[in-house]
Design a protein around this ligand. Structure first.
Ligand code: G1P
Ligand code: ZN
Length: 543
């Protein structure tokens, strides 16, 4: 028993109920910090005696050191087995898969997702439960409660173990099993997708670039795309994980993956391009000359999933986070399957997936996934796109155009106002919420409001209710504005404004998205008094 000599407040400054910790790396490096959180997790789940845990992370600075600490603590707390990715690496979806496949009690995943890595950047740690998904609110609340009363932790006084050797070693009474981080995940992908069809595509000269952004998906993409599927060497860019992600932001969007976007927008660019984030759960999809919004990607995948062997029986239903565009709703309607609208955050999909109500789910923030694991999965989305392209024999642009022709097009963009004064942001939301009952019938910027509400979610599986999940304003003709405050921003408040407009006749790439959404943006700005309340005339980021 080691006594914690300092206050144990790992969640300080973070919203309680968040599924893990995300802080500056130096905070994680403070003596006792990791120990406090990990012992709180162990206590909250009634100990780890006799249990199996999966442990791995995205390889950022301090990943390997934190794993050594966790292993010593797991052994001292009586765990039976720890399954660890070689060199401490496991992508988040691969960790989710291992937890499920090996019937582990849960797992500890070390990552700050798409945030930069390094001693002066960010670090993160979260606990996933036995279904492979992020801990639900009941568990995160119990962990939080433990952090308030905990005064000591258990550890061993042992040397570090070598994480670079595959196989089993003993630590105290615990077996540490070091596994190839890619192997089990690659087998799962091979089951879900038509690898022969994708191989044929590459053999026929189809060109692709996958930007691993110096993060965890490098080894996965090299093994699957280049070695198994025969894509030429050089298909995977920035494929060696580095502790500071090459000093970049491992965030797969047109801003941080600009070199890739520039490449694929050129006339002689590759046929297809994709990127994933620090821990491998997010994705960006591009075809030559075209960026696919995550909302459109979810809709296209839902409409075409049956072309992949793993989904050939069709999909049970789809779910999207509330602010995600309603493009997939139209697909679900046409297919006669359910479409669920959930609050922002992957954890809300868990119950629907476990209950078999949905097969695919996605968020506008570049997260797409399916029932194969309980996390979003970047490479999975890339492989499903490749499978669809191979079977349809069409370019990304062609597939998108056909999709819009059939279902109509949902123009979509998210505008972020970052580091807004927290009080001003709260007042903006409060004032707009108070005005909601009077909005229908009003015509800000000439657009008539048909409905307006504060979104609350009633989980159809466990009956739980999550309130205050964002303000929804519907306009005539299927346009919509959504406003919510970010739960992950670190400085002041981040106001997210989600804009959508429906164009039944399809439309094509010539129409610029921001221009198509200008009227909806003006209506939302007018309603929320955005400029006066925030002092901002334009968003910091538009995705
Ligand atoms: C953001 C995204 C959300 C995602 C979350 C975690 O949360 O918007 O879709 O689930 O990061 O990756 P937000 O900052 O909007 O609360
Ligand atoms: Zn991530």
């Amino acid at each position: 028993m080691t006594t914690l000599t300092q206050d144990c407040t790992p969640f300080e400054g973070q919203k309680p109920g968040t599924s893990g910790l995300r802080k500056k790396t130096r905070v994680f490096m403070e003596p006792g910090y990791v120990e406090c959180f990990v012992q709180s997790v162990f206590n909250a789940i009634e100990g780890v005696e006799g249990k199996t845990l999966v442990i791995g992370g995205d390889g950022r600075f301090f990943n390997a050191e934190a794993i050594q600490t966790i292993l010593r603590m797991a052994a001292a707390n009586g765990a039976k087995r720890a399954i660890v990715g070689k060199d401490g690496l496991l992508s988040t979806p691969a960790a989710s898969h291992l937890i499920r496949k090996r019937s582990a009690s849960g797992g500890l995943i070390l990552s700050a997702s798409h945030n930069p890595g390094g001693i002066d950047a960010d670090f993160g740690l979260k606990y996933n439960v036995s279904n492979g998904g992020p801990a639900p609110e009941s568990v995160t609340a119990a962990i939080y409660d433990e952090t308030r009363t905990i005064s000591s932790y258990k550890t061993l006084d042992t040397d570090d173990i070598d994480l670079g050797d595959l196989g089993e070693v003993t630590l105290g009474g615990m077996t540490v099993e070091i596994v190839d981080p890619v192997a089990a995940y690659a087998v799962l992908m091979e089951k879900l997708f038509d690898f022969d069809a994708i191989k044929g595509l590459f053999q026929a000269g189809f060109t692709m670039r996958f930007d691993a952004m110096h993060a965890v998906t490098g080894p996965y993409a090299k093994a699957i795309l280049e070695e198994k599927l025969g894509a030429p060497e050089g298909t995977v860019l920035n494929g060696v994980p580095s502790v500071d992600f090459g000093k970049g932001h491992p965030d797969p969007n047109p801003i941080w993956a600009k070199p890739l976007v520039d490449m694929v927008m050129a006339e002689d660019g590759p046929d297809f391009a994709a990127a994933s984030d620090g821990d491998g759960d997010r994705n960006m999809i591009l075809g030559r000359g075209v960026y696919v919004t995550p909302s459109d990607s979810l809709a296209v995948l839902a409409a075409n999933a049956h072309l992949a062997p793993g989904y050939k029986e069709g999909i049970a239903g789809v779910a999207r986070s509330m602010p995600t565009s309603r493009a997939c709703d139209r697909v679900a309607e046409a297919m006669g399957i359910a479409c669920f609208e959930t609050p922002t955050g992957w954890k809300f999909f868990g119950n629907l997936l476990d209950a078999g109500k949905v097969t695919l789910c996605g968020e506008e923030s570049a997260g797409t996934g399916s029932s194969h694991v309980r996390e979003k999965d970047g490479l999975w989305a890339v492989l499903l796109w490749l499978n669809i392209i191979a079977v349809r024999g069409q370019s990304v642009h062609h597939i998108l155009k056909d999709h819009w022709k059939e279902y109509g097009r949902n123009y979509y963009s998210r505008h972020d106002y970052e580091a807004v004064d927290a009080t001003a942001a709260a007042e903006l939301m409060g004032a707009l919420e108070a005005a909601l009952p009077d909005l229908p019938g009003q015509r800000p910027a000439g657009l008539m409001i048909t409905e307006a509400d504060q979104f609350s979610y009633h989980d159809p599986v466990d009956g739980s209710v999550s309130e205050n999940q964002g303000l929804r304003i519907n306009f005539e003709g299927g346009a919509r504005g959504v406003l919510r405050l970010s739960g992950t921003g670190t400085e002041g408040a981040t106001l997210r404004v989600y804009l959508e407009r429906y164009e039944p006749s399809g439309g094509d790439l010539e129409i610029e998205t921001q221009a198509a959404l200008a009227q909806v943006a003006a209506a939302v700005a007018e309603l929320s008094d955005l400029e006066k309340r925030t002092g901002r005339t334009k968003p910091d980021v538009m995705t």
